[in-house]
Each structure stands twice: as structure tokens, then as C-alpha cells.
Design a protein around this ligand. Structure first.
Ligand SMILES: [Zn+2]
Length: 867
């Protein structure tokens, strides 16, 4: 099968011998790489990836000939070595030997360093983040996923440092000057983006409860904080080996938690994670939501050890399969390990709804997006790739059943191990395992952008419903060309007399279903049961009341209720329905007991508040009054003091109700927050329950001034304060409404001595929630543009997300013009997707205000919330 490559295919790498010596004084890396190549075409040149690397010389070992013609191509990030006096013949094995110097950078990609203080001594830890295209900045290589090869890695360092890579250590050879060479055993066939090196003053805890040693590493003194991760790693590896019927193939697995790291990375045998995604601090042992988040990360990276590392996508257009699968597995396995966490409920909010929301923008993209240029790759690490990818796999699992699905996955992994694949090969394996045409159904979903709206009309005379599908866009302006796709839709029809009917697939524009034939009638029915399908449903207007009623009678599942809230909100936000449909629906559910349903309701209300941010105070206050009335009874009967004996659900519910009450300026919660904060600042560290801490800090910030800012700033700079708390405080800085304090927050963001690069996003998450924050952030972005581009890496869409945070909260079309004008003469190539999303989001809000602003005001007056 042909492979996708940007490099010439005259040679192919087999084995690398790589030696690197990083220097923490001048931040240079001395390197030598010998690459054994197989010649596939008669030729006399070798082209491989190399970017920002100083190449000293290159020669062919077998002929001892040096290249006298070395040309760099910066746009392809490649280098070509010509050997004019040599001819490579097909099937020759040749070895190119290259001496070079690369840079140990501080931009969080490639091979980079993080600087920290340990009792006033400056120390460094060096670490890699090679995915997707940064291995080429560390050493010359064939840096594409399908060029799998074997790597023999040696790292030269000072004696006292711990040195890790993908494989286990083969030998350590002491050198002069207090140095050593650490050589690692050969890797299996591996893609370059999965390589890794870690060098630093580390220590570990180890478990021997698996057939190979599993270690958790952290900076010395912190390793015990990884107990939860270590135990979960063992449990998950056992589970995955069974499920896939494939042993974990390496001789060890390290899980390394490092400060200054962004997220986590599945490097084969050497997973690297930020501390925040791995540490459970003493104070957090009861913090279930933190454990859930950490478990999500750990299981995700472990699932990659097979799905991604052992079997890898052939090219980056298949990234969704890697990430969608790992995301799906993290939910699936967490749910198996902890049924009490009820993650099936939060999965709807955190994955399906996220996917639907981003995919309703015109600027969305198909999960299998053609990647024509390497510069596009960073931008696809987004929620389409992760969440829509996961949502599509959920549909397949639901359709085929868990057993058949994993039988297919197992045969796929066994068949393609150590190789690369395309999406189609997974669908093929699942078709074979199930006898169903998975290819036909799923191809549309992965190759086409967006999802449909299913509009239902009822015919009482014939006891039937008619369904029609059209593309759904949040801006309510689908063109006929955009409406040509027919998505295969699983209707999952629920009726009064029957279980869910999983068999009906709608693969036409219109479909009529006679309910009589199903032994059902129009008294009660609902499609998209449990909200697994990727579509929105628009019912006749009186049906919403009936469904609201049905929920109160217990006819709908929690997932159904969450889905109805999501549908009603999105339809009204986009203009397909009136907003009053959504408001009436949730007003009827104020006695709801379930946390996940409340969570969805309150999240959507927050969206509504964001739409109104720049509107008349009276409307904003009216909406606040409505929200207060909605939660009033509940919060007064439950309170917000969290007891150890409370169920997880109850703890979560108390937390979110408290958060909402403070958000709508309920005086009682504000006063209590200030009182508790004062106790805390005065040394009573147990005054605040860990789950309420972010909310109390936020409340104090919103209504506080310089005094509280200074108190928090002092805490933030105290090295004894745990990392997770420092991050909460960093976010809190963005919640201050006082303009001087907002300016102060914006002024520290680009200062690496105060804010780690990996944390840059955090204050923006708060700044974009209020009017002054939004206005000042946008000015700051314009005034500091050059410095921002220089400081914030574009890897992992980091720069893109800062731009999205700084622009997307506006609500008027005029602002789009202003933003477009600013970016007109800028190079937007690396963040054009984020920018396009911002425009779509602003447009959809502006259109909503124009259409619904008055209506919502009227609804609030009619219902007595606004005067
Ligand atoms: Zn991943």
C-alpha cells in the first residue's frame, strides 16, 4: 500500500544509533546519529527531516565518502545530502553518519529544558515532547509516523542525574569529568514521534505486581504523590492485555511527572505527564473529581501503548483514530473500574456535547482531515479529533456490542502490530468481527464534516412520525451545498411499550415511521435514546412539554435528560427554536436530584449569560433572578457544607449549586466565601474543602480588591504551596474585576519567572468570563502581539487557544471586523482554525442577540424575574 510522505522514498531507515550530550550551560546538544538505510531506488542522495539543527558533516560509512553538497529546505524542514561520486543500488544497506549540534530549547516542544529552584539552587530537568513534528529539531531523522525503525539510544550526562528513555538501560559507562554514558536496549520498531528522553534529579516508586517493572518518577521528594497513578497503571495494563489479547511488549514502563509540562504524552515505555495530571497531594485524597481527571489521563496514555504505539496511524490524517480511541478507552475503563463515579452520565456532557458544539461551527473539520502540510498538524489536536473521535467509537460500540467491538479491535491490533494503518483497516476488522457493514456506515461520519439536525413532524391520524435530516450549523445559515450529506443515523427510538429500538438506521433525507407497527403510539416516544447519536433533534413545540413531563414521570434516563437540555439549548442558540423552549424545559426540572443533569442545565445557563455579557444590566439581572429561583429550594435544603459521608453525587451537586449561587451574586454565599477565605489566609488550612476552594477564591476575587489580590499573590509565590493550589490561584487572578488588577494579571502572563509556559492558558480561562476582562485582554493582545508570538509556542495549538480566549467572548459583528482588521497583515497560518472558530462563535452570539434578545427579556418579565 502506498504511504503518505513528504520525504523522497529512495531510501528507508532501519536502525538508528543515536548519541546525545545535552549541555545545561549553553543549552546545546552535541549529537551523532548513524542511520542504517535500505535503498529502494537507484539514487545518490539522502533527504531526511532536520530543523534548526547545525549539521557539521555527514558521510556514508560503507564508502567513507563525505557529502560535499548539503542543502536545507526550511519550508519542508528537511536536509538533503548529495553524494555525487556514489551510486546507491536497490537493496543496498548503507549507513549515513551525521555529526550535529541541536538546541535544548525552552519552548515546550522538541528536546527542551525546564528550570526550577531547589532551595535557592537553580536546577534543570530536560524532557522531550516530539509529537507531532519536533523530533526533527533534536536530531536528523525520518520524522513521519510510517518510517518506523529500531533505535539504540545513548545519552551522555552528569553522573548524578537520572536518565530515562523508551527502553530499559543496557549499561552505564562512567566517563571522566563526573560524567556517564547511559545506553539503552534497542527499541522495537517505533515511530519517531514516540521517542523520549528525560534527564533530571528524579526519584521513583516501583511496583513489581506486573510481569515487567512499573515505575513512577518525579523530581526527588515528590515520587510518593504518584501512588494513585502507579496502582492504576498496574490495574489498567492488566485489563488492556486481557482485552486486546496482546502482551505489553517492552521490558519496562515508566510514568514520569515533570513540572513545566503541558498535558501528558504516551511515549512508548516512557509516558511523560505534567505534575498536575499525576499528583495526588495529601490534602486531595478525598477529591474525587481530581482522581477522575487523573484516571482519565492515565488510562488514555496507557491505551495508546497499544493503540498508537504498537499500531500507528500511517499519516496524521489518522490522528483522530489514535486520540478518539484513547479518549473513548479512558471513559470506558474508568466506568468499569468505578461504577460509583457514574461516568456514563458525565460522558454526555464532557464528550458528546463538546463534540456537537464544536462540530456545529462552519469552521469545523472532518475527523479524517487531509493534512497537506506539516504546519497544519499542530492545529488538529482539538476537540474534533479527541471528542468527536471518541463519540463516533461510542456509536460503533453501541451498535456492535462491547464483545464484538473488542474482538474486532484485538484482531486489528494483532494483525498490524509494529506497523501502520489507515482508518479503513479498523472498520474492516470490525466489519469482519460483526458481519455488519461498518465501513459503509462509518465512512460518512469520518470523511464528512458536521452532523445533522433531525426534525420531527407528527401525524396523529396515522399514528406516525416523519423525520427529516439537514446539516446543523450554530449560525443557522446552511447553504444547499452544505446540506447535501446524508448521515447514517441510529435513531434509537424509545417508546412506552418497548425497549430502545437500536435497529433503525436512517440513511435517507426523510423517513416515516409508523408507531403502530412497533406497538407504540404518540403518547410517548423519544429518539436518540441515551443521547449517544451525534445529532440534534427538533420536536414539534408541544412535544417539549410532553418530554419534560415524561422526565418527571421517570420515563427518561439521566443521559436522555442531559441530551434534551443540550438539544433545547443548542437549537434555540442557533435559531431553530425559541429560547423560551429551553427556559421552560429547565424551569420544570428544578426539583431534579441528579448532579449530571444539574451540571448540564447550569452549564447551558452560563452559556446564556455569556451571550448577554454586553447587554442591558436589567436583562442580566433578570436572568440572575431566574437562576436564583431555579436553585433556591435545592441549595437551601442541601446547604454547601461538604460532609465526608456525602455520596459523590451529593458532593458534586452541593459544589455546583454553591458555585452557581455565588456566580449570580447571592449575598449569603459571598459573605460566607469572604469569611472562610479570611480564616484560610490566617493559617487555618482546613477551613476550605478542596472542591470548594476554586469557587471561594473566585468569589473573593470577583468582589475583592488589592488586599485579596496581594494575599493570593503571596500564596502563589510560596514554594511550599502545592502545585494544584497554585494553579487555582493563577486562574483566580483572572477573576478580579478591578481594571488595575486585570492589567496586573495580564502583565505577569508572559513573565516566565512568575508563570510557567505550560500554565499560560490558565488565567485566560477566567479573564474571558467577564466584560472588563474581555475588553482588556483584547487590548493587551493587540499591544503585545510581537512578544506574544515570540513567547507562546504554536505547538498543541497553544497560541491558537490564547487567540481564541482573547477574541471569542465578544458578541457583536463589529468586533469581528475589528479582529479581522488587526490580523489582516499578520501571518495566521498556525492559528487560522482557532481564529475561524472565534468568528463563528461571535457570529452565532450576535445573531442570537438580534433574534432572541427581546424575547428572552419578555420571557423574564412575563415570569416575574425582570422589572
Ligand atoms: Zn492521546
Amino acid at each position: 500500500m502506498s504511504i503518505h510522505t513528504e520525504l523522497p522514498t529512495n531510501v528507508k531507515p532501519l536502525v538508528y544509533d543515536l548519541s546525545l550530550e545535552p549541555n545545561f550551560t549553553n543549552f546545546k546538544v552535541h549529537g551523532n546519529v548513524k542511520i542504517q538505510l535500505k535503498v529502494l531506488e537507484e539514487s545518490n542522495f539522502i533527504t531526511l527531516n532536520s530543523y534548526k539543527i547545525d549539521i557539521h558533516d555527514a558521510h556514508i560509512i560503507e564508502t567513507t565518502q563525505y557529502s560535499n553538497d548539503i542543502t536545507f529546505n526550511d519550508s519542508n524542514q528537511s536536509v538533503t545530502f548529495k553524494f555525487p561520486h556514489t551510486q546507491f543500488h536497490i537493496d543496498d544497506l548503507i549507513t549515513i553518519d551525521i555529526n550535529f549540534t541541536s538546541t535544548l530549547n525552552d519552548s515546550m516542544d522538541g528536546f527542551y529544558y525546564y528550570q526550577y529552584k531547589d532551595q535557592d539552587k537553580t536546577k534543570y530537568v530536560a524532557v522531550t515532547q516530539f509529537e507531532p513534528i519536533y523530533t526533527r529539531t533534536s536530531f536528523p531523522c525520518f520524522d513521519e509516523p510510517n518510517f518506523k525503525a529500531i533505535f539504540n539510544i545513548s545519552l551522555i550526562t552528569e553522573n548524578h542525574l537520572t536518565v530515562l528513555s523508551n527502553s530499559d538501560v543496557k549499561k552505564i559507562i562512567p566517563q571522566e569529568n563526573n560524567k556517564k554514558i547511559t545506553s539503552f536496549n534497542p527499541t522495537p520498531l517505533i515511530s519517531t514521534y514516540l521517542l523520549s528522553f528525560v534527564i533530571g534529579e528524579l526519584d521513583y516508586i516501583e511496583s513489581k505486581e506486573f510481569h515487567i517493572p512499573i515505575r513512577f518518577y518525579a523530581l526527588k521528594g515528590n515520587q510518593q504523590k504518584g501512588k494513585f497513578v502507579l496502582e492504576l497503571t498496574i490495574k489498567t495494563l492488566n485489563y488492556l492485555e486481557n482485552l486486546f489479547n496482546l502482551k505489553y511488549p517492552l521490558a519496562k514502563l515508566d510514568y514520569v511527572a515533570i513540572p513545566g509540562y503541558l498535558g501528558a504524552m504516551e511515549n512508548w515505555g516512557c509516558i511523560i505527564s505534567s505534575e498536575i495530571d499525576a499528583f495526588i497531594e495529601e490534602q486531595d485524597h478525598e477529591n474525587i473529581s481530581l482522581k477522575q481527571d487523573i484516571a482519565e489521563t492515565v488510562i488514555h496514555e496507557l491505551a495508546h501503548q497499544w493503540f498508537g504505539n504498537l499500531v500507528t496511524m500511517d499519516w496524521w490524517d489518522g490522528l483522530w483514530l489514535n486520540e478518539g480511541f484513547a479518549t473513548f478507552m479512558s471513559w470506558f475503563i474508568s466506568q468499569k473500574f468505578h461504577p460509583d463515579w457514574k461516568l456514563n452520565e458525565s460522558y454526555i456532557s464532557k464528550t458528546i456535547e463538546v463534540a456537537l458544539n464544536i462540530d456545529s461551527l462552519r469552521s469545523s473539520h472532518p475527523v479524517e482531515i487531509p493534512i497537506n502540510s506539516s504546519s497544519d498538524i499542530d492545529q488538529i489536536f482539538d476537540n474534533i479529533t479527541y471528542c468527536k473521535g471518541s463519540a463516533l467509537l461510542t456509536i460503533v460500540v453501541n451498535w456492535l456490542g462491547e464483545d464484538v467491538f473488542f474482538k474486532g479491535v484485538s484482531s486489528y491490533l494483532n494483525k498490524f502490530q509494529y506497523g501502520t494503518t489507515k482508518t479503513l483497516e479498523l472498520w474492516d476488522a470490525l466489519s469482519k468481527a460483526s458481519g455488519k457493514d461498518v465501513v459503509e456506515v462509518m465512512n460518512v461520519w469520518t470523511k464528512e464534516v458536521g452532523f445533522p439536525l433531525v426534525t420531527i413532524t407528527e401525524n396523529h391520524e396515522t399514528n406516525s412520525i416523519t423525520l427529516r435530516q439537514n446539516r446543523f450549523l450554530s449560525t443557522f445559515d446552511v447553504t444547499p451545498q452544505e446540506d447535501e450529506i446524508i448521515y447514517p443515523i441510529f435513531l434509537n427510538l424509545k417508546t412506552l411499550n418497548n425497549d430502545i429500538d437500536h435497529s433503525i438506521i436512517m440513511n435517507t433525507k426523510e423517513l416515516e415511521i409508523n408507531l403502530t407497527g412497533l406497538g407504540a403510539d404518540l403518547d410517548f416516544y423519544k429518539i436518540n435514546s441515551n443521547h449517544i447519536g451525534l445529532y440534534r433533534t427538533s420536536y414539534p413545540s408541544d412535544r417539549w412539554d410532553k418530554l419534560s413531563q415524561a422526565a418527571r414521570q421517570g420515563l427518561l434516563s439521566i443521559e436522555d435528560k442531559i441530551g434534551l437540555v443540550g438539544d433545547a439549548y443548542s437549537l434555540s442558540n442557533a435559531g431553530y427554536e425559541k429560547t423560551s423552549i429551553f427556559l421552560n424545559l429547565i424551569e420544570g426540572w428544578s426539583d431534579e436530584e441528579n448532579f449530571a443533569v444539574w451540571n448540564e442545565i447550569l452549564k447551558k445557563i452560563e452559556e446564556l449569560q455569556k451571550n448577554l455579557l454586553f447587554e442591558d444590566e436589567k436583562v442580566i439581572n433578570g436572568l440572575d433572578n431566574f437562576i436564583k429561583s431555579l436553585i433556591n429550594d435545592k441549595i437551601h435544603s442541601l446547604g454547601w457544607i461538604i460532609q465526608d459521608s456525602d455520596s459523590i453525587d451529593l458532593k458534586n451537586l452541593k459544589t455546583i449549586l454553591f458555585s452557581t449561587a455565588s456566580n449570580v451574586n447571592d449575598p449569603e454565599t459571598i459573605k460566607w466565601s469572604f469569611d472562610t477565605f479570611e480564616k484560610y489566609i490566617n493559617g487555618d488550612t482546613h477551613a476550605i474543602h478542596s472542591t470548594l476552594k476554586p469557587i471561594i477564591f473566585r468569589t473573593v476575587a470577583k468582589h475583592g480588591d488589592e488586599l485579596q489580590y496581594n494575599q493570593l499573590f503571596k500564596l502563589y509565590q510560596d514554594p511550599s504551596i502545592p502545585k494544584d493550589e497554585r494553579k487555582i490561584i493563577l486562574k483566580t487572578f483572572g477573576f478580579f474585576h478591578n481594571e488595575n488588577l486585570i492589567t496586573r494579571t495580564l502583565s505577569i502572563i508572559l513573565d516566565p519567572t512568575i508563570v510557567d509556559k505550560s500554565d499560560i492558558r490558565i488565567p485566560f480561562q477566567a479573564l474571558r468570563t467577564h466584560k472588563s476582562g474581555i475588553l482588556l485582554t483584547w487590548s493587551w493582545l493587540q499591544q503585545n502581539w510581537d512578544k506574544i508570538v515570540e513567547t507562546i509556542p504554536s505547538s498543541f495549538s497553544l497560541l491558537g487557544s490564547i487567540i481564541k480566549f482573547s477574541t471569542s467572548s465578544f458578541t457583536s459583528l463589529d468586533k469581528i471586523k475589528e479582529i479581522e482588521l488587526f490580523f489582516k497583515d499578520k501571518d495566521t497560518k498556525k492559528f487560522n482554525k482557532s481564529l475561524a472558530q472565534s468568528y463563528d462563535l461571535i457570529k452565532s452570539k450576535a445573531k442570537w442577540i438580534e433574534r432572541e434578545g427581546k424575547d428572552v427579556g419578555d420571557w423574564l418579565i412575563e415570569n416575574g424575574f425582570k422589572k
